[in-house]
Design a binder for this molecule. Structure first.
Ligand code: ATP
Ligand code: MG
Length: 621
């Protein structure tokens, strides 16, 4: 069970309380995650990037946001104590190009780029491309696009593969120093020799080869003399170490595969643990921030740096973002794509940055959300509602309003002159006086939302029903009188009368109505397909499945509903891909790139909060 308490929201600052009741969920790697019990956070968005623009900024004069963020405190302390001498704060964002970025990466991006900005530092985008079999140019391109979309730009675009030559030389150096050896054990044997958490490992029979033999074999590995999997290069550390990462970790493996950048130049590839820290060091990264699952790798990260005597980048681990109803693992997201459970990486139901962009989420809303999370040393689970809250907040400020009827029902105003059209003036965005107004046509025949009329109204139903008076937004009061039905008894038309004195939406005699409804003039509409999205998974923890089950069993079969023929106000024919719209009373929407001149397609970004649904639910209807 999760619930979210929203407390005071005031001028630019937001004070947030998140309370997650005690529950245990499995992390992406299957490990248990301790949940946050109660955290209060004060959010200040990183949207204000003025500090980055000020080259003279220094830590003493920085205005530091108040969200608890131990990474910020650590960096501030390192700057104060000159831990890295006069080196500027330097970070990197190091994605592996084996899939599209997701909302979890947005947290890492905002921390890497955002904190470097705050301290007047720099950030590289570095592709950790050490795994030729899984990596593709398509992913490299999408990652750059997504980082830019979030509002960040890198100092240098780097690739771990740029360092393959240097990494190889350093491996030779470690062999010379007796700190690395070629092992002929198979992958299975290496696993058996490694031991367990409670048992030490055993030395490989090949561990004490001479330096000359190791050099010869490693060079021949590089020259392509041996098949995949036949040999590896290992660091010679300690097979009895309590930290399994230190039990002679593999540095290089043989993979005869074409690399997306180096082609067939290499047939040995460095492992993540060997490549990552050394790449940081080559780039003079001061603060190498990554998620908590790498904490056990830090001793190895430092070991390589010490043995090689190179620039000592500091790894610091922070809490991974986990969201309810959401999977944040490229491997599993790839599975959803490959098995056709979604329509590609940018399906608007996907938690990928390309998916939520297409869905209509804004980068500003994401940055503010991430800023509100801060950074800690304990993994938790954030309610998806919280991400949605920051989106609604941002969309409300910038969305252009329009009227659209998703499930149209004809409303005929019997006492309105036939053939007449008048125009009512409507604000384009009541939250933004600069957005101006537009003229919306009104006539005798309108469409209203089917759910806004009930022939037999239930209790507390204040919308249109026979004899009931309601307001048509920005236009007139109307009273319903009669209905026309088809052969099956379905209401196909509602007849009403209007009060000409109520133009603009108020009656001179001060009569009150309880409901205001949106409408479009039947003769002045465009038709559009509207795609309504719901959560991709029906379980708050998509990985919560019985033995033998799969997260795919939790895919919500009703996550996409297509409304084929919605009726939209004409102004929405001008909608642009990438711009936010609010269909009044219905939700936030955006134009989908599938749209053509003949057929517009809109995505629902998020519904507005629907109090009626809550009342009905409470009543058990
Ligand atoms: P995935 O499991 O989705 O493949 P990953 O950690 O393998 O993620 P990388 O491409 O290696 O993906 O990640 C690049 C950076 O993003 C790393 O520093 C990683 O720690 C960080 N990162 C990945 N997922 C999250 C997350 N959910 N929350 C915060 N940071 C994340
Ligand atoms: Mg990874």
């Amino acid at each position: 069970m999760f619930f979210l308490l929203l407390s005071g929201v005031f001028a630019g600052w937001q004070s947030f309380s998140v309370v997650v009741q005690e529950t245990f969920f499995a992390g992406n790697d299957g490990s248990a995650i301790a949940t946050i019990k109660a955290v209060t956070r004060n959010a200040l968005p990183w949207n204000n990037r003025s500090m980055a623009d000020n080259p003279d900024s220094n830590v003493e004069t920085l205005e530091i946001p108040s969200t608890p963020n131990f990474l910020r405190d650590r960096i501030a302390e390192d700057v104060r104590t000159k831990k890295f001498g006069d080196a500027v704060v330097q970070t990197r964002f190091p994605p592996e190009p084996n899939g599209y970025l997701h909302i979890g990466h947005a947290k890492a991006i905002c921390l890497d780029f955002g904190l470097a900005d705050e301290f007047g530092g720099k950030t590289n985008l570095r592709f950790d491309d050490t795994n030729p079999e899984k990596e593709e140019q398509e992913y490299v391109d999408s990652i750059q696009k997504d980082v830019r979309w979030l509002g960040f730009d890198w100092e240098q675009l780097c690739y771990a593969s740029d360092y393959f030559g240097q990494l190889y030389e350093w491996a030779i150096q470690l062999i010379h120093a007796g700190k690395a050896y070629v092992d002929d054990l198979s992958a299975d044997e290496i696993r058996q020799y490694r031991g367990t958490l409670t048992e030490p490992g055993r030395d490989s029979p090949w561990r004490n080869r001479t330096v000359e033999e190791n050099l010869d074999l490693f060079m021949r590995m590089k020259a392509g003399e041996f098949p995949d999997g036949s040999r590896v290069l290992r660091a010679k550390i300690d097979m009895a170490s309590p930290n399994i990462n230190m039990r002679d970790p593999i540095m290089y493996r043989i993979v005869h595969a074409e690399h997306h950048r180096t082609g067939n130049e290499w047939c040995i590839y460095p492992m993540y643990d060997y490549a990552h820290g050394q790449s940081d060091s080559i780039e003079n990264v001061t603060h190498s921030m990554c998620t908590l699952e790498f904490a056990d790798h830090q001793p190895l990260y430092r070991w390589f740096v010490e043995q090689l005597g190179i620039f000592p980048s500091q790894q610091i681990e922070f809490d991974r973002l986990n969201l309810t109803y959401t999977l944040l693992s490229k491997r599993k997201l790839l599975q959803l794509v490959q098995e056709g459970r979604v329509n590609g990486w940018d399906d608007p139901r996907m938690p990928t940055l390309s998916g939520i962009r297409r869905r209509g989420f804004t980068p500003e809303g994401i940055r503010t959300f991430v800023a509100s999370l801060g950074a800690t040393r304990t993994n938790g689970i954030i309610d998806f509602e919280m991400l949605e809250h920051f989106q609604r907040d941002d969309l409300n400020k910038r969305a252009t309003r329009g009227m659209a009827v998703l499930r149209p029902l004809k409303l005929v105003i019997d006492n309105y002159p036939e053939g007449q059209t008048e125009y009512v003036e409507v604000a384009n965005n009541p939250e933004d006086s600069m957005a101006g107004t537009r003229q919306v046509p009104f006539s005798r025949e309108l469409y209203i939302e089917r759910e806004d009329f009930r022939e037999v109204p239930p209790p507390k139903y204040y919308r249109l029903s026979p004899g009931k008076e309601v307001r048509l937004r920005n236009a007139y009061f109307v009273v319903a009188h009669s209905v026309a039905k088809d052969a099956d008894g379905n209401v196909v038309e509602v007849h009403c009368t209007y009060d000409p004195a109520s133009r603009g939406g108020n009656s001179p005699d001060g009569r009150k109505v309880k409901s205001t409804m949106h409408w479009v003039s039947a003769a002045h509409v465009i038709s559009a397909e509207v795609r309504l999205y719901d959560k991709l998974f029906s379980n708050p923890n998509p990985q919560d499945v019985p033995d033998g089950g799969s997260f795919l069993d939790n895919v919500n079969p009703n996550s996409l509903e297509i409304v084929a023929d919605a009726k939209l106000e004409l102004s929405l024919a001008e909608a642009k891909v990438g711009a936010p719209y609010q269909f009044e009373r219905v939700g936030y929407f955006c134009l989908d790139p599938d749209s053509t001149a003949e057929k517009l397609v809109f995505n629902r970004t998020l519904p507005l909060k629907d109090t009626w649904a809550k009342i009905e639910k409470k009543a058990g209807a």
